[in-house]
Design a protein around this ligand. Structure first.
Ligand code: HEM
Length: 499
């Protein structure tokens, strides 16, 4: 029985091939899977050989487009339990005391393609799908607390600059620093990525961060702004550049392999979920904009609200990891996107790309399907596996009683502004990069300087190099001076760059 495909169970077997029989995709038995049909001993192949043709056709169509970013990843199943009653903050089912929610997490690297080494310097994706009683909630985060940019309109350009050159097909610091010289707010994230946090030792020993502010909404409709943080119970363990190079020479999959080994041994990795909370009035209390994804809420205390345990690897990588689709648009009552401009773009972008990458009905696939009944009149489309049987495919209707539930209403926010197209006011591009630098140990600082100098030193355009150096200098004088020395730059020129 274990060889039967999933649909055999869901539609029920009505006879035909038994469990040991190979079949074509229409269920008919295959007579010979070793010899194709030919016209005699030395004649050509026959067009009527459906088994040969179907096999070659299916084989030719095995690949789907890889994710445009975060192509290389590993998925793991597990569960989440809340550890504190936060009903004063949110009505979200996932935080209901005493509940247990199945989760699926996909860890990934960002820039390089599906078969790339897991040792490369990059943020790591940390995406969690919670299959809650009120639909799926996806918390699509990274292993670093901030991001490079604060406006979604910059994302495709940033990714183009970081991906291999369209001419040479190689990643080139000349290209991405040419982009980042125009993005001073990236200084904070670049500092994290070029530190050893950019090469985590494995997937278990790294934290996860929601990065953006989200909104929690309680039964009374009251809103609080929160940031989410997964703290690894395994601690943090990063690789130096030398260690990463050494591992890469032997193994392209060290992080995936570490996860398989841990789960196989029953050494289930755990993360505690922490939140930082601000009420809407407090958003004004900072010298930066708290809805800016390049910033951490440094002085806001965090509280533990739950624990996640990962305990089961997928049985099929393609079905449960390649076809998994996480989207910041997947929210549930009690959790909403904040007005963070980067997040607002993400709320659109993921579902859109998944309709292209996986198809219109990708949310019906077993790995993505909510564990609650989905009923609406979004219909048809390629690959539809829905159970729509009614003649009523519209709403409202006197015949069909299904209707809205006020639980699903978004919170409301009073607005007085005019529409506009301009940058945020409180930018503070460098200060938190300095805080990060000063928080590192002397050895970690040294590694950061060396890692960053390795790439910045390759930049041929002197002006770009000095502008980038001036950003790190503004973050912290020692940081900038050491980096300038390491790339043979001119400190006078660095100091002269206008902010
Ligand atoms: C406007 C900014 C961004 C845009 C437009 C964007 C867009 C995308 C797209 C198109 C994908 C591929 C999705 C798929 O094919 O399934 C993706 C994947 C991903 N992004 Fe972003 N992204 C942005 C910023 C971010 C940020 C700030 C984070 C972290 C907080 C992040 C974390 C991830 C993760 C973890 C994945 C992989 C999800 C998975 O494992 O399938 N992205 N992003």
């Amino acid at each position: 029985m274990k060889y039967l495909p999933l649909f055999a169970f869901t539609i029920g077997l009505i006879g035909g091939a038994n469990a040991e029989t190979l079949t074509r995709d229409n269920g008919a038995p295959v007579g010979d899977n070793q010899n194709a049909q030919t016209a005699g001993e030395n004649g050509g192949n026959l067009l009527q050989d459906v088994q040969l043709i179907q096999k070659l056709q299916r084989f030719a169509r095995e690949r789907i487009p890889e994710r445009v970013v975060h192509a290389r990843g590993t998925g793991v199943h597990g569960e989440f339990v809340p550890t504190a009653d936060i009903s004063n903050l949110t009505r979200a089912a996932v935080f209901a005391p005493g509940s247990k929610t199945p989760v699926f997490v996909r860890f990934s690297t960002v820039i390089h393609s599906k078969g790339s080494p897991e040792t490369l310097r990059d943020p790591r994706g940390f995406a969690t799908k919670f299959y809650t009683e009120e639909g799926n909630w996806d918390l699509v985060g990274n292993n670093l607390p901030v991001f490079f940019i604060r406006d979604a309109i910059k994302f495709p350009d940033m990714v183009h600059s970081l991906k291999p050159s369209p001419v040479t097909n190689q990643q080139d610091p000349n290209r991405f620093f040419d982009f980042f010289r125009h993005v001073p707010e990236a200084t904070h994230m670049l500092s994290w990525v070029y530190s050893d946090y950019g090469t985590p030792a494995n997937l278990r020993q790294m934290d996860g961060w929601g990065v953006h502010a989200y909104k929690l909404v309680n039964e009374k409709g009251e809103v609080h702004y929160v940031k989410f943080h997964w703290k690894s119970r395994q601690g943090i363990n990063n690789l130096t550049a030398e260690e990463a190079t050494e591992i890469q020479a032997k193994d392209f999959s060290h992080a995936t392999s570490d996860m398989y080994t841990a789960i196989e041994k029953g050494d289930f990795p755990q993360w505690d979920l922490y939140i930082k909370v601000l009420n809407p009035a407090q958003l004004e209390d900072f010298n930066y904009n708290p809805l800016d994804a390049t910033k951490m809420w440094l002085d806001v205390p965090e509280t533990q609200v739950g624990t996640m345990t990962l305990n089961r690897m997928p049985t099929n990588f393609f079905q449960e990891t390649e076809q998994s689709a996480f989207a910041p648009a997947n929210t549930i009552p009690g959790i909403e996107p904040s007005e963070d401009r980067l997040l607002q773009g993400r709320v659109f972008s993921y579902s859109d790309t998944q309709m292209y990458r996986l198809g219109t009905n990708h949310q019906q696939l077993p790995i993505n399907r909510p564990r609650v009944v989905v009923q609406n009149w979004n219909q048809d489309g390629a690959g539809n596996y829905g159970q729509q049987t009614s003649e009523v495919n519209y709403q409202p209707s006197r015949i069909d009683a299904r209707k809205e539930d006020s639980k699903g209403l978004y919170s409301s926010k009073p607005l007085t502004a005019s529409t506009q197209q301009k940058a945020i006011e409180k930018k503070l591009p460098f200060a938190q990069a300095g805080v990060f630098y000063r928080g590192l140990s002397p050895k970690e600082r040294q590694n950061l300087i060396e890692n960053l100098a390795g790439d910045l030193g390759k930049v041929r355009d002197d002006n770009t190099k000095h502008i980038m150096l001036s950003y790190f200098y503004r973050a912290d004088r020692d940081y900038g001076e050491r980096l300038t020395k390491a790339v043979g730059g001119d400190l006078d020129q660095v100091r002269k760059v206008e902010p």
